[in-house]
Design a protein around this ligand. Structure first.
Ligand SMILES: Nc1ccn([C@H]2C[C@H](O)[C@@H](COP(=O)(O)OP(=O)(O)OP(=O)(O)O)O2)c(=O)n1
Length: 171
């Protein structure tokens, strides 16, 4: 179980709630029907939460300022950003390689390894957000649309406890 960041949720009431989890004071309590997991494990009492800032739009704006200040827009076309993002994904993968399965919360990682991971994940996000901007994809809205589609494709009642792809369901 991943450690909490110790902060109260500060979502300002604008959460987009899913059908499986409700965020209450920084913890996620799952619907009672989900209280026993498939493997009989205990209910997930607390879930790690992010701080609400910066928003995705904040990140887009900060990266735009960063590139403008350096006259780097000339290099930041979609394909270059895609390649840069994939390179950073590779750097994330490098941190996990040869370690075998890693438990949620990374209990065996040092603080320095965790910070390194935080940097590499941030690089991926920064390039992803800029790629979306340069492709004129409004990422926050696109995520909402995609999650709605995901819920339709994978109704909780149908796929409960199964990791099968939607194409494998016969019904
Ligand atoms: N042309 C560039 C170069 C860097 N960056 C920004 C976005 C990323 O957040 C970060 C990437 O920097 P590096 O390419 O130096 O990669 P790392 O920070 O991962 O360094 P290293 O590859 O040494 O781990 O800097 C950018 O926007 N445009």
């Amino acid at each position: 179980m991943m450690a909490t960041n110790g902060k109260e949720a500060q979502n300002g009431g604008d959460d987009v709630l899913t059908d499986t989890a409700v965020v209450v004071n920084g913890a996620a309590t799952e619907a009672s029907s989900h209280s026993q997991r498939q493997n009989g494990g205990p209910e997930r009492a607390e879930r790690f939460t992010f701080t609400p800032k910066p928003t995705i739009e904040d990140i887009r704006r900060m990266q735009a300022e960063f590139t403008d200040e350096r006259d780097w827009n000339q290099f930041h076309q979609p394909r270059n950003l895609l390649l840069a993002m994939v390179g950073e994904v590779g750097e994330v993968a490098e941190l996990f390689q040869w370690r075998g399965e890693v438990a949620e919360g990374l209990p065996d990682w040092t603080e320095s390894e965790r910070e390194h991971l935080a940097h590499e994940l941030s690089d991926v996000l920064i390039y992803l957000v800029e790629l979306a901007e340069k492709c004129r994809v409004d990422l926050p809205q696109a995520v909402l649309r995609k999650m709605a589609l995901n819920r339709l494709k994978y109704p909780a009642s149908k796929v409960q406890g199964s990791a099968k792809k939607y194409t494998e369901y016969k019904d």
